[in-house]
Design a protein around this ligand. Structure first.
Ligand code: F0G
Length: 457
């Protein structure tokens, strides 16, 4: 039986299907950076699943009954209750989004020379670590970097790699271990409960706290329920409780599994961490009871956190992503396997083998797909990996991918069929694509957002 969406549509938004010649002009004007396109120039927007989903009628109602008091608002209390119910943390601070949570918490905990091991850190997370002259060390299992290798939990941390880092730390230079669930940069791949338990054991042995980067925590819980022995009968909320019982703190970009368009938070068990982070929250975000959010944002988030843990929602969500991925696989198109939770990742090195690495094959593929169809994906490859902070050389990551991220509750499977057809058309003419792009302008950090490019002739 297929899994239909457990909701019906109440509001719709028109989208414009442009012509190839319009798109060729627009992408040139955008300096071949898909972030520079106007949304009207995009037909199906798979740039990100972050802040792009549809809210429910209950969330909109929660916004109307929210409390906009500066201090001690009802909305803040509601959000605190959801955080305590789902994650079990007694302390929390709202922030305006995930990277703001990183900025605030890392200001309190990360300093120059620190090492921060984890499974492939998200780019802003890594950015916030490196900005403080500390080092993010990727301890993801090797299987994650072989896109055809079948492994149910490719987001797992390699315990040997982790222990090597922990053992190299006689002077207390490791403020925490980061577990990113699901692991976005490795392809939206989940982390198993068993792996988290082993990481907890090592963390205890070396007396180091664990931080969960929680953007897609409910999607991770879905995979534990459906793929890990012993969890099939457990409720999603029980699984979430068990995952977070192993953590000391969390950062959350609420724009994904919070089911809201803006928002984030920090939560923790330790009062000292909370007090120290509170000072930075007041400086960077706003008072501790709103942290850069309106009361209505906090109320919508409190409601979204409960909705995202409902199994029928999660099942239709994950199955839509799988529908896209599995239909591409049937055509022989190389993607990260198994299909991840929030996105399908095209393996650009296999898709466009004729484009040299120095000419950014993943960016080239993302541009080709846009010109073909008006679909916007995003490069997760060399442009995003940035330059080495010391040598300033390009870093060539193990995976060079184009991510097609699906906004939550937004597109139907008819849209997915269009995406499948468009990718197929680029795949059919892949042999003719042999030149990529060169950089004409770039920022010193997080360059991919604003980079400017031109085609290599
Ligand atoms: N951590 C992870 C795992 C993320 O995927 C993101 C954002 C963040 C932290 C930062 O959160 O955007 O609210 O500041 N990922 C988005 C994406 C941008 O497109 O994958 P933010």
């Amino acid at each position: 039986m297929s899994t239909p969406e457990p909701y019906k549509i109440k509001t719709v938004e028109s989208i414009y299907q442009s012509s190839i010649s319009e798109r060729q002009k627009w992408i040139k004007d955008a300096s071949y950076n898909l972030f520079n396109l106007k949304s009207q120039q995009v037909f199906i927007d798979l740039l990100t699943d972050s802040g792009t989903g549809a809210m429910s009628d209950k969330q909109w109602s929660a916004m109307m009954s929210a409390d906009e008091s500066y201090a001690g608002s009802r909305s803040h209390t509601l959000l605190g209750k959801a955080v305590k119910d789902l994650f079990g943390f007694p302390y929390f601070l709202p922030t305006h989004q995930g990277r703001a949570a990183e900025n605030v918490l890392f200001s309190a905990l990360v300093s120059e020379g620190n090492l921060v091991p984890g499974n492939t850190h998200f780019d802003t997370t890594k950015g916030h670590i490196e900005f403080r002259k500390a080092k993010a060390i990727d301890c993801t299992i090797d299987e994650a970097f072989d896109t055809h290798h079948q492994h149910p939990f490719k987001g797992n941390i390699d315990l040997k790699k982790l222990e090597t880092v922990l053992a190299s730390n006689p002077k207390g230079e490791i403020p925490f271990i980061i577990v990113t669930i699901t692991c976005n940069s490795a392809g939206g791949q989940p982390v198993s409960m068993e792996n988290m338990r082993s990481v907890r054991k090592l963390a205890d042995q070396y007396n180091i706290p664990i931080l969960i980067d929680s953007a897609r925590f409910a999607e991770n819980a879905y995979y534990i329920k459906t793929r890990e022995d012993g969890y099939r009968e457990k409720d999603i909320r029980e699984i979430i409780g068990e995952m977070y019982a192993m953590a000391d703190m969390m950062t959350l970009s609420a724009k994904k599994d919070g089911l809201v368009n803006i928002g984030g938070l920090i939560a923790c068990r330790d009062e000292t961490v909370y007090r120290s982070a509170s000072t930075f929250n007041i400086m960077f975000e706003g008072f501790i009871s709103y942290g850069g959010l309106a009361g209505r944002d906090m109320s919508a988030l409190a409601q979204g956190l409960y909705e995202v843990t409902e199994f029928p929602y999660l099942e239709s969500r994950i199955k839509q992503v799988a529908y896209l991925g599995e239909n591409l696989l049937k055509l022989g198109i190389p993607i990260q396997e198994p299909v991840g939770g929030h996105a399908v990742f095209l393996n650009a090195l296999e898709f466009l083998p004729n484009v040299p690495r120095e000419e950014f094959p993943a960016q080239t593929l993302a541009i080709e797909l846009y010109m073909e169809s008006g679909i916007r994906g995003v490069e997760i490859g060399t442009l995003m990996a940035d330059r080495d902070p010391v040598s300033r050389e390009n870093r060539y990551p193990a995976l060079e991918m184009v991510r097609l991220a699906l906004p939550r509750r937004t597109y139907t499977n008819n849209h997915m069929d269009f995406v499948i057809e468009a990718v197929k058309r680029v795949w059919t003419r892949r042999e003719n694509i042999s030149r990529g792009y060169r950089i004409t302008r770039e920022a010193p950090i997080l360059r991919h957002f604003t980079i400017e490019l031109e085609p290599v002739e």
